[in-house]
Design a protein around this ligand. Structure first.
Ligand code: UTP
Length: 297
């Protein structure tokens, strides 16, 4: 069996403006808003770490320094917790931390688009395949979306895009894929269409924010012209790369929450709280009472 180069590094583009969540995101990056007790970015970092990722590359922008602080030691806090014998809190902090020397932070000086943000990581990634995780998308799954993709990659190599079913009447809101022949754990990907007009979608599988890409994407991105919305689009670069390299789709069967939107963020909080046995016990009657009493506007 062919041995493919391992996926060791992951890119987290966190330089977007988060306009959908203003004014909350004026001073606080949307990636630092919490889903229950962890910032959104920690959920996504944990997914990458569980998939065997060894180096975590954050493409940040202005006002995002707090993300770097989040993944650093807080000496005074550790000291105080330890003096007070708060071992559980200390263990939670330790568990959330990357190992020393396993993170890199680089800046996208202007938010020129997702494709441009990915390109900013080129020197840190070098000449090897890498994972790309859109940190807005928080995913709940027994195995972990990226873990399942890494597993598929071990058999296929190439480039892999995670997809997920949406109702057919919502396909116009998303990037949708053209599905080819099925393979064990996925399918041959034959195309992508960004926000297809209603009734024209080639499938109801949307691109949900997890990718494994080959480094040749950087060569394409270096000369990529702005596309939709005047932004340098990752989809355009992937379509160009698909001319010379295989692309596969992975069908994710867990739940994805778009935490860059207010609704998705609230849904994620309710769902993660209800998945916590202790919290669910006290929350359930509260939610039921709310559903009974609140009249729709
Ligand atoms: P979004 O489309 O969610 O854009 O980007 P955004 O600016 O963050 O949010 P809204 O739409 O204004 O509310 C998808 C991902 O790509 C990153 C974002 O941080 C997000 O994780 N991104 C986007 C960049 O890092 N740089 C960019 O120039 C654009």
């Amino acid at each position: 069996m062919t041995e493919f180069k391992r996926v060791r590094k992951a890119v987290f583009p966190v330089a977007g403006l988060g306009t959908r969540f203003l004014p909350a995101t004026k001073a606080v990056p949307k990636e630092m808003l919490t889903v229950v007790d962890r910032p959104v970015i920690q959920h996504v970092f944990d997914e990458a770490r569980a998939a065997g990722i060894e180096h975590f590359v954050f493409v940040t922008g202005r006002n995002k320094a707090v993300i770097e602080d989040h993944f650093d030691l807080q000496i005074e806090l550790q000291h105080t917790l330890s003096e007070r014998g708060k071992t559980e809190a200390l263990a939670a902090l330790a568990d959330a931390m990357p190992e020393a020397g396993r993170t890199s932070f680089t800046r996208q000086q202007e938010p020129l688009g997702l494709g441009h943000a990915v390109w900013c990581a080129r020197d840190i990634i070098g000449n090897e395949p890498f994972a790309l995780l859109l940190p807005d998308m928080v995913m709940q799954h027994e195995v972990g979306c990226l873990s399942a993709m890494v597993d598929l990659y071990g058999r296929t190599g190439g480039n892999i895009i995670s997809t997920e079913e949406v109702p057919w009447d919502e396909t116009h809101k998303y990037g949708v894929v053209v599905k080819g022949e099925e393979i064990d754990g996925g399918f041959h990907l034959e195309g992508m269409v960004e926000k297809p007009p209603k009734g024209t979608a080639p499938s109801n599988l949307y691109i949900n924010g997890r990718y494994i890409l080959q480094p040749e994407i950087f060569d394409i991105l270096s000369s990529q012209k702005p596309g939709a919305g005047g932004e340098i689009q990752l989809t355009d670069a992937m379509l160009a790369l698909a001319d010379s390299q295989p692309f596969y789709g992975y069908t994710f069967t867990g739940r994805t929450f778009d935490c860059g939107s207010r609704e998705g963020f609230i849904k994620a909080n309710v769902a993660y709280a209800m998945w916590d046995r202790e919290m669910a016990e006290s929350l359930r009657p509260e939610l039921e009472a709310l559903l009974r009493d609140i009249k729709p506007v």
